[in-house]
Design a protein. Structure first.
Length: 587
């Protein structure tokens, strides 16, 4: 009976996916985030005096629709009370939109929440940077990273390319802006002074003064070693940083296809004297606008598009559901993926200079910033046709070569670049710097890469790269049997990737690491048969249950347990029943 239900459920999903496919073979499902990008878009448009009223009104409506009863906005469902930074961003953007006034009871409630949490000065550092850029907050006396860092040689203990690629994309414009102490207000700018308790709060995240002094001395020493007159060096640093941004503008006008880096780049160019009607800025705004989507009837600004990721996952899922690669729905999807394989050199060559392009990126317009996850996912999608069509065989070989070249020296795989994990950078007083500034080996990336090599290639289980990856995963298992997943929520996610990767790499289901991980998943299963994890896990650095089951967490857990078991277990069967019942409720 359960098999019939599963087959029927799969059939309905396949039908939906076929109907949702775009003419180019891709799937444009939204990459949904919270309201920050919506708020920043309103603030950007008003600052540039681009009065796109339809868009501003639509974004305002989505923002107000997400407000909680206590006046706050949340970053995730079970966040206690609400989030100060998100609430400050929402409040500011709604005022700046012109469609809401301070007297509105919803904004009065938001103000009460902000003040109850210590005022706007207690918001996240990057919220403060946005406030600084738009004249609502003073620039701090100095910025902890000098713009001259872009000139430091690669041999230096800390240089610009030691930051992660997503860290560099956001830091490059900030370095210029901090140097220029730039801000821009307009006649429509709201007055947010009543949201402050005081302006004495530290701008930066000062954790440990001795650690900070250590890295500051390294940066100071680097500046001293630069040859030339100070003013010339400084001007050259600004020019090099500007060029770094301009060289990484994608065909749609965005900087590295990210909303945040594009937003910051626009302000950085303004600080350098660019007109707000300069073609580079107009194209950047157009690129951001092109990332808008509809979710539940509301307009949302995506942080980036997820089209390649959607398409690769769906193509692979359809083939697992029994759809032949020659069927139009899969053939068109794979043709789209073939066209999106990268042929340009990107920043990843700095730490892997002998590599050739061959990866895939996350978004539809990403041409220079490939990542491990999208590459393995795209290769899975085309795996069944590589020996039938020469173009796919070439794409396959290039992708495999790129994956091998990205393995870190410690044996794991990062997200974007090889060996970008200098601990000294985490001492910088940058809030969230551990995640923004480094790109270390992670259990989720390492596990999925191993799963790809083990399940989709003929690579020997004794291959040195496989053995190093397996050893890295076993070494980084948590005491309770789980693994931390950096790019998802969180321990269920990492554990799923690690188990499936280890099993595909030839590790026995009876191996102590597998048994310990399976027992952990059994222990945290909910009474309804499903699994659910709170986003608080990522904040607390330990597993926090959601107290409810989700389809996604349950699917990850079941897939992991199936890989770890020789036959169906009660835990697997009850998990499948939960999925079927939840699917029927949501259908």
């Amino acid at each position: 009976m359960i098999k019939l239900d599963i087959d029927a459920g799969i059939g309905r999903i396949v039908e939906t996916l076929i109907n949702d496919q775009a003419p180019d073979g891709s799937w444009h499902y939204p990459f949904e985030t919270v309201i920050s990008t919506d708020a920043y878009m309103i603030i950007l448009l008003r600052t540039l005096e681009i009065n796109d009223e339809d868009l501003i009104r639509d974004l305002s409506e989505r923002i107000i629709s997400r407000q909680e009863e206590n006046g706050a906005w949340k970053l995730f469902h079970d966040e206690e009370d609400g989030n100060l930074s998100a609430t400050a961003e929402a409040y500011y953007s709604l005022l700046y939109s012109g469609y809401y006034k301070k007297e509105d009871k919803r904004l009065r409630a938001a103000k009460r929440f902000i003040l109850s949490k210590g005022g706007i000065e207690k918001s996240h550092m990057f919220t403060k940077i946005m406030l600084v850029l738009t004249g609502q907050y003073p620039w701090p006396p100095f910025f902890p990273i000098p713009v001259e860092i872009v000139l430091f040689p690669l041999s230096f203990p800390a240089n610009f390319f030691d930051f992660s690629v997503f860290g560099r994309a956001n830091l490059a414009p900030i370095l210029i802006l901090a140097d220029k102490k730039y801000s821009k207000k307009t006649k429509r700018s709201p007055n947010l002074t009543d949201l402050f308790h005081s302006k004495a709060d530290d701008f930066f995240y000062w954790r440990n003064s001795s650690e900070w002094k250590s890295i500051f001395s390294v940066l100071e020493e680097g500046i001293k070693k630069l040859i030339g007159f100070p003013m010339h060096i400084h001007s050259l640093s600004i020019e090099r940083t500007k060029q770094y941004m301009l060289d990484r503008i994608e065909p749609d006008g965005t900087f590295n296809s990210y909303f945040s880096s594009t937003f910051l780049m626009i302000f950085a160019l303004l600080s350098l004297g660019y007109s707000k009607r300069d073609p580079v800025i107009i194209r950047a705004v157009s690129g951001l606008k092109a990332m808008k989507c509809k979710i539940n009837g509301h307009t949302h600004m995506q942080y980036t598009t997820s089209t390649v990721w959607n398409t690769s996952l769906i193509s692979c899922a359809l083939q697992k559901a029994g759809i032949s690669p020659s069927e139009p729905v899969v053939a068109n999807a794979n043709r789209y993926l073939l066209e999106r394989q990268h042929s340009k050199y990107g920043d990843w060559t700095v730490h892997s200079p002998w590599s050739l392009p061959g990866g895939w990126g996350f978004s539809d317009i990403n041409t220079i910033n490939p990542d491990i996850d999208d590459t393995t996912s795209s290769l899975r999608a085309i795996s069944k046709i590589v020996h039938q069509e020469p173009l796919y065989h070439q794409a396959w070989d290039r992708g495999i070569h790129w994956l091998f070249s990205m393995q870190n020296d410690d044996g794991g795989w990062p997200a974007f670049e090889k060996n970008v994990d200098k601990k000294i950078l985490t001492f910088l007083p940058i809030e969230g710097g551990k995640f923004l500034l480094t790109d270390p080996s992670t259990a989720d990336l390492t596990g999925r890469t191993l799963e790809f090599f083990g399940a989709y290639t003929n690579l020997s289980k004794n291959h040195p790269s496989i053995k190093k990856g397996v050893n890295w995963l076993i070494k980084h298992q948590e005491m309770d049997g789980s693994w931390y997943g950096r790019w998802g929520i969180c321990y269920i996610y990492g554990t799923w990737a690690a188990i499936t990767g280890l099993i595909a790499s030839g590790v026995s289901t009876y191996h102590p690491s597998i048994q310990k991980a399976a027992n952990w998943l059994h222990k945290i299963q909910n009474h309804d048969g499903g699994w659910g994890e709170s986003c608080n896990s990522d904040i607390k650095n330990t597993y926090i249950p959601l107290r409810a089951s989700t389809l996604t967490h349950t699917a990850w857990a079941i897939d992991a347990l199936i890989a770890a078991a020789d036959q169906p277990t009660p835990e697997i069967q009850s998990g499948v029943r939960f999925l079927l019942e939840a699917f029927d409720k949501n259908d």
